[in-house]
Write a protein that binds this ligand. Structure first.
Ligand code: SF4
Length: 432
């Protein structure tokens, strides 16, 4: 069973900006990066918020990206699209604004199921010249309260792919109703099945009321205020968290609910903040931990002793590295992250091995040289790097799978382990 005394949860459970206790040296690199842009977040955000539409204002490249990333998952009328701006539109910005308004009004009249429309900016210069905040204001004057129009940027100049979620949630913070009553707010997009499981556990622990942000319907905005305590489900929503803290909420520092140990520590932090008795906590979590560990047992022998190199991409690298090293016995060669937001990963940093090699940012060529020199058993990387590395005889895992697959919580811990077992098995089948 997890020894909670060894985990970094403060007795009160809360900390507004508790720094990591250990100082880990970080290799900072600047150079060519190989990551998706923030538009990619639309793929999982539109599945979670079932009354939201994401209209990308962009180029044909943006349309191709979003269609190829999400196209295979469309089973009904899609709730995302791209308004393509061409050079010709630049000639008259007033016309471009009128055209955008017309497209939005037409779209919403065809889709009465849409309650929130996100205008998503991108990086082509013609889009940067359009003021999407003003466009949202104009459209709200016309459409609110039936439809709320919000805007954010998913531009590759400003965002890596998981930052798209942060930007979308951050855009919602100013419109959240104010309420100072006590509540737990879980921040970060999780699959519905995971949300249901967590709700059941919080309920059994007597923690509540509990709200999730984002909710299944974007229009169901959670409230925020002095009584709101934030428990983070994803490590990449730093701007959103700071905006919620600025509105009076308090951050509970905890590792992320990845793996049995991470989930226990995450729940324990909330339980400490709510004053749940230790006996009660153990009674509720023990069977869940045991079941989770039994499921993980299947995968431990296949991962223990294997080496992993995590390239900077999803911002999930640090909690995933903690899970792989502590719960699965893997050796961390390098843990890369696009940005090191210490406030968001303070509790995770304290759980990494003493000698961990942590890198922030990317100089692609130098990093690839390190991958080739180390020849790890698994390299976690973006789609663009996976095929070339596979061709060099290395096993890879697409980091994007970590945001498309339900991996949080006790019941998904084994699924998370399996994500890393699959590439090893595939390679062993290919090797004669
Ligand atoms: S990087 Fe820029 S141009 Fe390319 S898809 Fe993303 S937003 Fe569009």
């Amino acid at each position: 069973m997890t020894d909670l005394s060894a985990l970094p949860v403060s007795p009160a459970g809360c900390a507004s900006a508790a720094p990591a206790k250990r100082t880990i040296p970080v290799l900072r690199e600047r150079g060519q990066r190989e990551v998706f842009c923030g538009l990619t977040g639309i793929v999982w955000l539109h599945r979670k918020m079932q009354d939201a539409f994401f209209l990308v204002v962009g180029s044909r490249t943006c349309a191709h990206l979003i269609q190829s990333a999400a196209g295979v998952m469309i089973f009904a009328e899609p709730r995302f699209g791209t308004a393509i701006l061409s050079d010709r539109d630049l000639a008259g910005l007033a016309d471009a604004n009128d055209e955008l308004d017309r497209i939005c009004v037409e779209l919403l009249s065809r889709r009465p199921d849409i309650g929130t429309l996100f205008l998503v900016g991108s990086c082509p210069s013609e889009v940067i010249k359009l003021d999407l905040a003003k466009a949202a204001e104009r459209l709200n004057a016309q459409l609110f309260p039936k439809v709320r129009v919000l805007n954010y940027s998913g531009s590759g100049i400003e965002t890596t792919f998981t930052q798209g979620e942060d930007a979308a949630l951050r855009a919602m913070v100013p419109v959240l109703p104010k309420d100072d009553a006590s509540q737990l707010l879980v921040v970060g997009c999780v699959a519905d099945v995971v949300e249901d499981q967590f709700r059941r556990v919080f309920d059994q622990l007597g923690i509540g009321p509990v709200a999730f942000f984002p909710a299944r319907r974007a229009a169901d905005l959670p409230s925020v205020g002095a009584g709101t305590r934030l428990l983070l489900a994803q490590p990449f929503n730093g701007d959103t968290v700071r905006a919620l803290v600025a509105r009076g909420a308090e951050l509970i520092q905890a590792p992320y609910p990845l793996g049995a140990e991470g989930t226990t520590a995450w729940l324990a932090a909330a339980a400490a903040a709510w004053g749940v008795a230790k006996d009660r906590f153990d009674e509720v979590t023990r069977p869940l931990i045991e079941r989770s560990n039994r499921a993980l047992e299947r995968y431990r022998p296949r991962l223990a002793g294997k080496s992993v190199f995590l390239m900077p991409d999803s911002q999930l690298e640090i909690p995933i590295a903690r899970f792989l090293s502590r719960e699965m016995g893997m050796t961390l060669i390098e843990v890369g992250t696009p940005y090191l937001d210490r406030q968001m990963v303070a509790a995770e940093l304290d759980l990494l091995p003493e000698d961990v090699m942590l890198s922030e940012g990317q100089h692609l060529d130098l990093q690839l040289e390190r991958v080739r020199a180390a020849r790890p058993d698994i390299t976690v990387c973006g789609l663009g790097l996976a095929n070339p590395l596979e061709a060099e005889g290395l096993s890879t895992k697409w980091s994007i799978e970590l945001v498309f697959t339900p991996i949080h919580g006790y019941d998904q811990a084994a699924d998370l382990a399996e994500v890393f077992v699959r590439p090893l098995e595939r390679r062993s089948r290919l090797t004669v």
